[in-house]
Design a protein around this ligand. Sequence first.
Ligand code: GPU
Length: 832
Amino acid sequence: KKTTTAKKAAPAPAAEGFALDVSVEQFKESIVRNLNTTLGTDAEKASDKAWWGATAAAVNELVFSRLSQTQKTHLNKDTRAVHYLSLEFLMGRLMGNNLQSLGLFENAAQALKELGHEITDLAEEEPDMALGNGGLGRLAACFIDSLASLNYPAIGYGIHYEHGLFRQTIQQGRQIERPDSWREYGNPWEICRPESTQEVPLFGYVETVFENDGSLRKVWHPGSVIKGVPWDIPIVGYKGTTVNILRLWESRASEFFDWDAFNAGAYKDAQGEQNLAETVSKVLYPNDETEAGKQLRLVQQYFFCACSLKDIMRRYKRAHGDDFSKYAEQIVIQLNDTHPTVAIPELMRVFMDEEGLNWEDAWAICQQSFAYTNHTLLPEALEKWPVYLFERVLPRHLEIIYEINRRFLDEVEAQWPGDDAKKIKLSLIEEGAQRMIRMGNLCVVGSYKVNGVAAVHSELVKADLFPEFYEMWPEKFVNVTNGVTPRRWLKACNPRLSSLISDTIGSDWPGQLDKLVALKPYADKAAFQKKYMQAKRENKLELVNTIRELTGVEVSPDAIFDVLIKRLHEYKRQHLNLLHILALYRRLLENPNMDFHPMVFLFGAKAAPGYKLAKEIIFAINKVADRINNDPRIKDKLKVVFLPNYRVSLAEKLIPAADLSEQISTAGYEASGTGNMKMALNGALTMGTMDGANIEIAEEAGEENMFIFGLSVDEVKETKAKGYNPWDYYYGNPEIKAVLDWLDTDYFTPGEPGALSAIKRSLLDGGDPYLVLADFESYSEAHKRANEMYKDQKAWAKSAILNTAQMGKFTSDRSIEDYVDRIWSLKKCDVK
Ligand code: GPU
């Protein structure tokens, strides 16, 4: 099947208006040449992986020149730039995205076809770049896409993990974690920049030097030094004029310290140092919204912050020398959650200990350079580091944090004279048996802006999380509602719907998503509804095949595809969905002729390896799925599928095929959500609580085009204040009691009664902290409405179209413009 014999070239499909001038023929030539010169093989014997590599190399030929052009332009114009510090960038695959951005996807596909390959098949050869856990990491990826697409000077800084988020397999229903080796066979998208290597000090002690003039000077004598080597990933803006970079640091052993030990014969010690140095960027911590509290995690955080600040400083000095008066004018550093907080004391240290600035000047610059994004209110996610760890790893930074705190507590005293309770609450140090540093408080004190990620979340940040800080500095707090890049999350992942949209309203929408409103008049036109639902059906058919390949389960495209994809967390309430599935199953067993449109419930979720209950929920979903899928009595009306190893590339297959989007967090707990936006954009109707960005989706799409249920944020608070008792629901609702009791039997785990009891125990004995039982009935009613509505395909189609048409607000381009207006004040910089 792999033939390169010159078939008569098919007429080139119309490339996009903005496309580079690269013909199908030229692209073919480039692929074949790269097969020889980059991959060292040839068309006769090349593997699919080699063909993919050659295509990537052909793309790079076009990208790299633009990359250096962009860097030259930014250097010459010396523009203000944003530096996005994030421990996570969940990039997924880059081939499709880069081709889309260059406007060359069609030509590349045609070139490969003429060379005997399907681009969609070759795309599967690319491993996901999974350097993130979930929403926070994927948001960073969408943001750097938008920054480049809008021609803003920006750089993403992170860690070049050798192993990204673990690969998940399911064995006997349970999650098994395997290492993710995304770079095992190399990665064509990254460029190593050894000339920009940095050194990072760690451990050791601080010496106080008394100068002759009576002043003090602090000298940090580090116990070891590790190297940070940068890898640059080009980020191609949509329509391809700006190519920014994502710079990821890899840790290595530094040359000098270990050679001394080595020469002294202490080979083992030298090896020990080597090990630490190379462990730092080994693996991404797989915990989502839970602090790890481990020394290595703190070292990771400091390592990438120190490297990034040095990199920023090097570039700044190239333009301004030692004159730091322009630093805050030129540089804004965005902290993606508290993970990079240590950058604040680090910049203070650099200014004072290395550049000789005094405290006041250094602090003034710092406070005008940092901004902080908060992504959660969950107490277990708010980072706190034991003081002793800081003392050991970063002794000089601890001193600086103490001094920041001393001065800050003076401000607190000025604001609330004599109020020691306030000081205890706001202090950067939490007193107790184990003294802790509160990274969130340090961020608020050290930043000039603090933002939440959806309107309701930003209000809760002010009212519940940082009320006193809000009182002190009200103008510091702003909202920037999250967004997603429509290039990846509609144009590339859903070509059928994309073409229909472009044929109907023109093709500007990927760069100006609010143009989608032009679809509104088509929402009740029968012909358009038909085409829209046809695209959805074909996407579902494709997913049917994927489901079969991945799980062996056969599902029908006529069923409602109900999709719940996100990290597994109690607050996200996958178990609410599961209990409702059990209720449906029970109803169907009691009445097989029940009026019910068949449903397929699709789950994708990874659990943090140490999160026991989350893993039990995965187990329960799989066991319930086995039982239901093989029960002939319900005549295929219900199917449950857990898709293993949920990741960006799998999301790209699920989202275009979703009919119902499950967004069912307890109100007040999901800061924003972004999968909710992706699915609504692709025409799924949201089954959701009034939480996070669901509220804003409802404002845009109209509540009548969603299925809203459950307690509101205020009602959740009231319920808890009154003293919530889950047993009331257990005894008050026979269906709840029946499905919970079912979990204690061996119905789903033959021969092993009680194997699924952990869920029931957490909901009853554990107090049901996320109010699953309180929302059950309302959820069940919302599902009845959805099932009923689906039978009216016209009504459903209309709502689905209105969802797509009214998601314009949720492009990450809009989020970035909000950051620019409210926080960054950047100027666009056109690149020729
Ligand atoms: N989020 Br904190 C993560 O994915 N990981 C984290 O460690 C923290 C937050 C998510 C929020 O849960 C989600 O609601 C939000 O949409 C996303 O960050 C991006 O802001």
